[in-house]
Design a protein around this ligand. Structure first.
Ligand code: NAP
Length: 295
């Protein structure tokens, strides 16, 4: 079997076009565009790129908003005060604080401050709890994007055995909750899991969110499985050039899988698209409008 390559970049482009249309409708109904504010503390180079890309994507979607860049020395109390101000600003529908934060700022304190209705990263305890309770909230962007790609394969997910490798609050845990909500039988693996290859060989769906290049071998993949590779790892090619690669040995796995996401252009582009999607959903809820259709 040679797997279908799941084109996350194409799916994300289509989703972003639909979000742009929704934003136009929203503006016609409310007289304002959806608003997204992204906050960066410090000068971490990777975070600067992510924040810039999120700002560009928001503008392309027709949103308003700002990128607020604060010095690495910003006291925690000042960041909390800024978030409290954004919570009460009616032009702001979504607030995203770029992680990681400088070590003197507690991530928990930040997440406890963001209004869950504006938590477009889906990371506050309230939104994590709503997801776990099967209730409507805002879902973490990367697992939401991975689920949309899985649903797009038009394979009934109910009853399938799903293995999620990784248990972070950003990816692994919400991914497992989303698959459970699709009536999959879900196993969550982590660094202490025993017999991971044999667990993997039983799985109809494998989601790898580990952060280790080519960790999941091709012979771990059950014939016909759906494989979602969330990992983004920077490795050096034999010619010395850097290259991005996933957590799955893509070339080996594609010989067994039914469908597989590549890295790059798999799950990666879905993360920003789902950030825009969450902002659109939050804007509609905050304005008392029905949820946007077709997203
Ligand atoms: P993380 O917080 O570091 O979590 C990694 C998880 O992998 C942990 O739960 C860890 O287990 C588990 N793990 C580590 N070694 C393992 C092993 N030998 N066997 C089984 N499990 C193992 O990372 P993350 O934030 O979830 O991200 C995971 C990957 O996804 C990274 O490559 C990241 O760059 C990528 N990512 C991509 C996107 C995107 O847009 N595509 C977004 C977010 C993240 P323990 O809990 O036991 O330590």
């Amino acid at each position: 079997m040679t797997a279908t390559i799941i084109d996350g970049a194409a799916y994300a482009a289509g989703l972003r076009a639909r979000i742009r249309d929704s934003a136009l409708t929203f503006k016609a109904q409310t007289g304002r565009a959806p608003g997204l504010t992204v906050v960066l503390v410090g000068e971490d180079p990777a975070s600067q790129v992510y924040v810039r890309n999120k700002g560009i994507a928001a503008k392309e979607a027709g949103f308003t908003g700002e990128e607020l860049r604060l010095p690495a020395t910003t006291p925690q109390a000042d960041l909390i005060a800024l978030l409290q101000r954004l919570n009460t600003d009616s032009s702001v529908d979504g607030i995203l604080v770029q992680f990681p934060l400088p070590s003197h700022i507690a991530q928990e304190a930040v997440l406890d401050t963001i209004d869950p209705r504006k938590d477009v990263d889906g990371l506050t305890p309230t939104n994590a709890g709503l997801l776990a309770s099967g209730r409507e909230g805002l879902v973490s962007c990367t697992p939401q994007g991975a689920l949309l790609l899985l649903l797009d394969q038009k394979v009934p997910l109910a009853g399938l055995d799903a293995l999620v490798i990784g248990r972070s609050i950003l990816v692994g845990k919400p991914m497992a909750q989303l698959l459970l909500a699709q009536s999959c039988t879900v196993t969550i693996a982590h660094s202490k899991t025993q017999q991971l290859p044999s667990l993997c060989r039983r799985a109809d769906i494998v989601v790898a969110a580990i952060g280790k290049p080519h960790f999941v071998g091709g012979d771990w993949i059950k014939p016909g499985a759906l494989v979602i590779d969330v990992g983004i790892n920077r490795i050096e090619c034999p010619d010395g050039k850097p290259k991005l690669t996933g957590d799955v040995d893509f070339e080996a796995a594609r010989a067994h899988a039914r469908a597989i996401t590549p890295v790059p252009k798999g799950v990666g582009p879905m993360t920003i698209a789902c950030l825009l999607r969450n902002t659109m959903i939050a804007a509609c809820r905050n304005a008392g409008l029905p949820p946007p259709q077709g997203l």
